[in-house]
Design a protein around this ligand. Sequence first.
Ligand SMILES: [Zn+2]
Length: 259
Amino acid sequence: MGFIKFLGTAGARYVVGKQLRYSAGTWIQLSGVDLLLDPGPGTLLRCRRSRPPLAPEKLDGIILTHKHLDHSTDVNIMLEVMAELGHKGRKGVLLAPRECLEGDDPVVLKYVRKYPERIETLEEGRSRDVGPIRVMPVKHRHGDAETYGVILDSPEGKIAFVVDTQFFPELVEHYIGSDLLVLNVVLLQPRSGIDHLSLPEAAELIRTVRPGLAVLTHFGMTMIRARPQELAHRLSEELGTEVIAANDGLTVEAEHWRR
Ligand SMILES: [Zn+2]
């Protein structure tokens, strides 16, 4: 039993700024553990408006992959609500890159750090456990932002989130063995100087990893104009692996990715 719900699928600043798609995070429930990945702008609202509603008080942990606004804006309010406003003491786990916690421009406010039970850094080669879920970070290349993709090793399989990154050959190796591969595909075509995956690069990852299911999300304008559902359908036929494009509110059940 488990599921993933995409509360938002917006990927680039324009799409986020205009709210052409919601920019809320992704809710993950595996083996009774509830996690939230990358609480971008509107995450609290999209949880409450979700049908059925997703109660942030039920969260066991929040994972922040990097500090960019479309991934982190709601992290502070979500930490507070996860801990039920602190009424019952500390609750939940926060996993985040060091730069989100320290340095010149930390996005996690200091006064909010009294809420979670544990705050741990994401670091390359160092896994972190939240109940029965092992979180394995993968170092990405995403401009100046310290960024990690994550693989969640769970009784429901290996669920990988290939978040913002430029493409580089070694990237693929890290994700081999994933049952579900979620890819942030901002661009329709590769564009130099923009540290985001394009559709052909995502296709290469899917071709090599061969997951049970691949889900495309985090779309920029070029992807949205080209109709993500149709692109995903074509990729499925080309690669012989099921590929779907996320919509705001899409729920994917564990049975769908299990092989
Ligand atoms: Zn980013």
